[in-house]
Structure formats: structure tokens, C-alpha cells
Design a binder for this molecule. Sequence first.
Ligand code: SF4
Ligand code: FES
Length: 335
Amino acid sequence: MAKVTIDGIETEVPDGTSILNAARQIGGDIVPPAMCYYSSLKESGGKCRVCLVKVAQMNTKDPRPMPKLVASCRTPVMDGMVVQNITSPEALEARKGIVEFLLLNHPLDCPVCDQAGECDLQNLAYEHGASTTRYEGERRTFEKIDIGDKIKLHMTRCILCYRCTYVANQLTDNRVHGVLNRGEASEISTYIEKAIDNDFSGNMIDVCPVGALTDKTFRFKSRVWFTNPLDAHRNCSKCCGKVVLWMKGNDVLRVSARKDQYGEVKEFICNECRYDHKATADWTIEGPRHIDRGSVIAQNHYELTDLKNLKQEVERQLVFQKGKPLPEKLQTDNG
Ligand code: SF4
Ligand code: FES
């Protein structure tokens, strides 16, 4: 075990834990943002640099600071390490620079982008970005391409975090997708736009931190904050079957995997659950999805903590799901 102090808070973690994960163990504002690291994808991280922190003391035996800021997702803790994130003006200034750098080629098309409202880059720019840009060059432009029949790739929005390539590599058994070329010419491609028809390819949409990979079955149907997210599940022989249904009225507009507080998918879902079950009768509804109050999706979405109200709300929403029993938890509390 190693003792590490992050922004003045001490914690103890197993040897080999990254600074980012040690910070996540503490939680709260001191957790660095992450645009490319993804706990469930091996070898992810080290690409975007938004998680830079200052190591003010390397370890107990060598109390010198590290000479440069380090990527917290890729740097393991050492016993006695002292780290500064939000208490380091240097790290915050560098993060601001990184956001500016990520936005060099990213179009400011949030008003027409399906990811708006759940875009990590939008949140990052809001929290850490500069209010103006110094960039005068032309942005890269690409044609939009189809990755299979259900995914649209807008390469102009891609920040080359590589998460989708790790999904393609680690979750699907037939990889036909990756990053081609180098530097400014780098682009995500399916090698002559081959369709990805593997059962888990849809997870690329969920791991993409920006609007570069979007679900064609949901595109332009609704702004996400006008939808009503519900936790639901079904028996699925391929995946866990636990999803979020993004509803508008009685229609299921989109099915996605459930994410944790860091925006990472808890359990990957298969394409059948994602695309082929857009009827509420296919699902057992568990109740409203918890939405962070700071998120724009929380607009008009009041979570009901009182179980009687929750029962009424679920009943109202299940009126079209005739014959289906209410979730067990609600039946128990009915009395
Ligand atoms: S398409 Fe999305 S997930 Fe893939 S590298 Fe680009 S930003 Fe990352
Ligand atoms: S999250 Fe650490 S470099 Fe991207």
C-alpha cells in the first residue's frame, strides 16, 4: 500500500494505483478531469493531457518535486507522494492551455450536435476553458462517414482520444477500425469505411467523449435535455441487459449503457439491446435515472425520492405497458 496526499487530503491505495484513481478514491473537486482514460479499457489514457497534475514530492525517500507536470491517469503513486491538482495554479493554467489546444480543430457546432448536453469537452471548456481563442488558422474538415449502418462519424469533432479504437480492439472480435496517419492528418477510419457489425460495436458511441460518434437511430430526434431517462433492464443472453431508456412521451428515442459519476460505462451493452428494442414493452422499467443536478439534462427532470410519488410517476409512465407488473421494490412499498 502507498500513502499519497492529493490537494492536502491523504489516502492509502494499493501500489501501482494511478494518481487519477487515487484521487477518485477521495472523490469531489480534487479529481482531475479525464477525456481519454477509461477504466474498463486497457491501455487507455495518456493521450489528451487534461488530467495533468503537479507532483510536489515524489516519495518519502526522495522529497524532490517532479520536474514537469504529469498525466495523472498514467502516473502510479509512490509512498509519501504529494500531489497538487486544484491547489496548483500551474496545473490549472496548463489545463486551460490543453482545452484551447483540443478546441483548435474542434468545431463550435454545439447547437446542432447530438452530444450537446452530455459532451465532456463542452463541460471541460465550460469549467476550464478560456473565453476567447487565439487561433486564426483553418480548422480541419472531413466528410461525414458511416461506420456501419447505425453509427455516424464526424471526424471534425474527434479529439483522437483513441477510446473507440480500444472498444473496437477489446470488445469486438474483428477489428476493422483504427487511427490512420499521423499528426494533423490523423483520422479515425474503418479502412475503406467497412461496416462494423459486431455485437458490441455500438459501445463506441457511449465511450466517445465528444459528438464524433453518434447513434444514427437517435440523430436529430431531440435535444437530450428534453428527454426523460429511465433505468430499465431485460433478460439478454449477450450482455447484462441493464440500460437507460431516453424517453419522449411514450417513445423510446435512444437506448444507452449506464454510466458512473465519471461518465464511464459501468457494463457494456450489446447492439441488440441498443438498437432492436425500442418498445417500452420490451423492458422492465426500474424508475427514473439519477441525473446530476449540475447537468443540463437535469432541466425539468425532478427526481422523486418519495416512494409514493415515485410509484405514481412510474404508473403514469407505464400506462402504455399494460399487463406488466410494477418493479418489485415499488410493490413492496405499496402498503
Ligand atoms: S471518434 Fe470519439 S472516441 Fe474515437 S478517438 Fe475520436 S473522440 Fe475518441
Ligand atoms: S485522461 Fe490522462 S491523458 Fe487523457
